[in-house]
Ligand binder design. Structure first.
Ligand code: KIV
Ligand code: ZN
Length: 391
């Protein structure tokens, strides 16, 4: 059975860049946009053009540069925002305007001092106006995660009537459980009139650490676009991490869903984004963290040396990491020491290994990690050195 395509909508340059301290200039955004296009994302959300002259300039420059992906600009449901976004996107091969409004009772009351009926009208008018400029219009129902499903379905119907081609269902505050978010998408698939004219999109925030799980539940229940960022960078606890959802779909082929992402480029682009933004990824970050393919306990190292698949579900080369790392610490066993010693040119017999291992443990108790130069030193200072090198 052929797989269904899930569009990857990257918002590193918009939702990701909103993070304090992550501001990028136009040149930096162009470098990242080029890599994203090469990576195979379907949509690049390039910015929020009305927000500042710098953002306008970046969206315009990215529109001129990008060859394959759709280039998208964010707006509020405000005429001038939409007009300015259309202007910034005018050079894009495939422009998309992303417009919308808050739909939860809390947004309607406290942000807009408005009513549900008035919000329905604003949603309709914003999409209709955006549609007068571009074919691809994506509508977002901000705080959809906390919007009741019946009303959300009415808003979606309005947006479709006005011409929306994509309906973004953001869990703006990262509140939903995966089962709730999946049920929301299912409800919309089953209850919105005209839903076959649009695709549903997941846009999840990570306040409870559930952004990736929620996005996956969303596509299992019928959404066909995931909005995400490299390294999961984004407001507060961040957005869904692109590398995570892509690898989940790849590692679970029975879901019959795939993306166009060239996964061996994931590690490189992760490094690029953290360098440019000056935000370093935590070592235990799934897929791209420095420890994601590093093994340090003796039992795991022994297993991985015998067969990588004992403790790894992904081949590191599939995400652009050359090889798994066997990290030598005081918790490492003989197998790991023999393996690392062999990598730097020492073939140790069983007896030699026993003796070197004893010195290694003494050394490792006083150092967090034992590196190649330490192994050289341990072997060179042992009584067996001459025997080892003359073998
Ligand atoms: O989280 C959110 O609701 C957003 C919208 C503006 C799409 O980022
Ligand atoms: Zn967001």
């Amino acid at each position: 059975m052929s797989k269904e395509h899930v569009q990857i909508f990257d918002t590193t340059l918009r939702d990701g860049e909103q993070v304090p301290g992550c501001k990028l200039n136009t040149t930096q955004k162009l470098i990242i946009a080029k890599k994203l296009d090469h990576l195979g994302v379907d949509v690049i959300e390039a910015g929020f053009p009305v927000s500042s002259p710098g953002d306008f300039e970046s969206v315009e420059a990215i529109s001129k540069l990008v060859k394959n992906a759709t280039v998208c600009g964010l707006t509020r449901a405000v005429e001038n925002d939409i007009k300015v976004a259309a202007e910034a996107l005018k050079y894009a091969k495939r422009p998309r305007i992303h417009t919308g409004i808050g739909t939860s009772d809390s947004h309607i009351k406290f942000k807009f001092n408005s009513t549900r009926e008035q919000v329905l009208v604003r949603a309709y008018e914003a999409v209709k106006y955006a549609k007068s400029f571009v074919e691809e219009v994506e509508f977002y129902a901000e705080d959809a995660g906390r919007t009741d499903n019946e009303y959300l379905a009415r808003v979606c119907e309005m947006a479709i009537k006005a011409g929306a081609t994509v309906l973004n269902i953001p869990d703006t505050t990262g509140y939903c459980l995966p089962s709730e978010y999946g049920a929301k998408i299912k409800y919309l698939k089953e209850n919105v009139k005209g839903i076959e004219k649009a695709i549903l999109s997941c846009h999840c925030h990570n306040d409870l650490g559930l952004a990736t799980a929620n996005s996956i539940e969303g596509v299992i229940n019928g959404a066909r676009q995931i909005e995400c960022t490299i390294n999961g960078i984004g407001e507060r606890a961040g957005n869904t991490a692109l590398e995570e959802v892509v690898m989940i779909l790849k590692q679970h082929p029975y879901l019959n869903l795939d993306t166009n992402i060239k996964t061996p480029e994931l590690y490189g682009i992760s490094q690029l984004v953290s360098e440019q933004m000056g935000v370093y990824t935590q070592p235990n970050k799934a897929i791209v963290g420095s420890n994601a393919f590093a093994h340090s306990s003796g039992i795991h190292q022994d297993g991985v040396i015998k067969n990588r698949e004992t403790y790894e579900i992904i081949d590191p080369k599939d995400v652009g990491i050359t090889e798994s790392a066997i990290v030598l610490t005081a918790r490492s066993g003989r197998a790991a020491l023999a393996y690392r010693a062999k990598n730097i040119g020492y073939e140790l017999t069983k007896l030699q290994l026993d003796e070197i291992y004893a010195s290694f443990l003494n050394f490792a108790d006083n150092k967090k990690e034992v590196d190649d130069s330490d192994i050289h030193r341990i072997i060179e200072t042992s009584n067996l050195y001459q025997q080892i090198i003359s073998a």
